[in-house]
Ligand binder design. Sequence first.
Ligand SMILES: Cc1ncc(COP(=O)(O)O)c(C=O)c1O
Length: 370
Amino acid sequence: MSQIEIDDLPVRDELRGKSPYGAPQLDVPVQLNTNENPYPLPEPLVARIAERVAEAARGLNRYPDRDAVELRTELAAYLTRTGGHRVGVENVWAANGSNEVLQQLLQTFGGPGRTAIGFEPSYSMHALIARGTGTGWISGPRNEDFTIDVEAAVRAIAENGPDVVFVTSPNNPTGTAVEADTVLALYEAAQAAKPSMVVVDEAYVEFSHRDSLLPLLEGRPHLVVSRTMSKAFGAAGLRLGYLAADPAVVDAVQLVRLPYHLSAVTQATALAALEHTDTLLGYVEQLKAERDRLVAELRATGCEVTPSDANFVQFGKFPDTHAAWQKILDRGVLVRDNGVPGWLRVTAGTPEENDAFLDAVRELMKEQER
Ligand SMILES: Cc1ncc(COP(=O)(O)O)c(C=O)c1O
């Protein structure tokens, strides 16, 4: 039994009274709340992971490749093949999930006395990682339809002169993709104001109807594109995120990364998964079709739906968001209340999971009509 409470400890002032990141992990039949890929890794890949990890295990008495060169080379090849832009090993950096990539970026370019801006609602960890790294957080505006209000965003950048600008495309929790022209306008405003770094978080881009924003890296050394294997590669448990940027950015983040941060087991597992890219991207196609079905069928129930380029859909609008969330949960389906008033978010699952979810929403909507 602890004798003291957290606030009795000499924690940093800006952490006092705050809550940790915490999507509920409830044991219910249908879990559609954390944007995971519902398909377990295919057996041939599981076998290949076992093989590569066994090989790595024989060398675990040694530290891993600190610079993860083989893995970064394969990630660069994947980006070049699918992203519409040639990327080399020198442009790529990898870490334990894109959250760690983002943390390293804020440790490098943010920190005490500096600020970062994001356009909210967006991925809540951007603000939380800012807090954890002592970076001031500025909440920028969005339009009513959840697209970025370019004029207001450019003004906010000019007025605040943030050191880091976050653009999430497709955006979480809304699913909204960002136009290349919008990123260019924000990049120019950010360069005029400081110059600062612009981080495009493309965690969900493989699910998008549109192309990656990777080609914008050409001639823009202050632009960073961050990616993850947690979603399209169906490997949230692996913890592997990466970025593409100018080689100088890759050099810069190495100033803050912990030595040997990426374990040999992680590197071996990620390399095995990359060998099976085509199979995994096949699941992405199925999920995109399911996502589009969710959008259409939710609209048919009378819900409002935000157009989605991700593996999830934002739907509403509910007079009492928490009550709607609870009613869907009562039918065995866990979705996410991201704190956007009136709106909930559902992750595209298997067809059966999505059917269970849609049945729950149909019942909810009928109840609301009464
Ligand atoms: C927009 C966005 N970026 C980054 C992440 C972090 O992903 P990971 O740390 O698993 O790579 C998430 C996870 O949900 C996300 O929604």
